[in-house]
Design a protein around this ligand. Sequence first.
Ligand code: PRP
Ligand code: ZN
Ligand code: MG
Length: 224
Amino acid sequence: MDSKRLRIAMQKSGRLSQDSQELLKSCGFKINLREDRLIAHVENMPIDILRVRDDDIPGLVMDKVVDLGIVGENVLEETMLERQSQGLPTSYKKLKDLDYGGCRLSLAIPREEEWTGVAALQGKKIATTYPHLLKRFLAEQGVTFKPVLLTGSVEVAPRAGLAEAICDLVSSGATLEANGLKEVQVIYRSKASLIQADTELYPEKQKLVDRLMPRLEGMLQARE
Ligand code: PRP
Ligand code: ZN
Ligand code: MG
């Protein structure tokens, strides 16, 4: 890869990918995002788009492998806590809050069970992809729990007997509904955001970012 080209990481497929692609296109990027291409060149600007798993984007920015990243704040915050616990670098610069990708990280339990509050989760098994955010929230309430780590299909855990409750992202609520679960407590509200590596960019790259930001801000304002 050419290090003079600005590198932007975005989710390959998932809740942020469609809106992120549209945002970049509306900023004037000419991109041909073929399904199988993990690196896409922007045809009319010196920019490469890296298409990766959402969970990997904050780390790529914090390790300065890419210059910019479009991430969900939930994944960003979870990665920060994870990396702090490992002594890895966690710095980045927030460039812009975006207006899509809204969702919440919530606790959910089987629909037929009565909810009496988070204290009832003391010592219970909770399935989640976000153990650090969950731990931080429950610790503030004086509750300890046994995390069951799943990177997907978290909603099957209660019926499969893996855990008593789950903590996962909810947007429409359809996934919880389909799995006989009910949302009982929001623990974190998230949106998409544009972040930059905490390092000095090549002057050409920085100029490009400075030229793109007003366009992006204009786009966001126009659709407010
Ligand atoms: C989230 C979450 C649920 C689903 C909830 O997954 O894990 O499966 O979305 O959405 P709903 O309330 O609208 O049904 P996401 O799309 O973020 O994918 P990922 O877990 O693979 O990153
Ligand atoms: Zn993910
Ligand atoms: Mg999911």
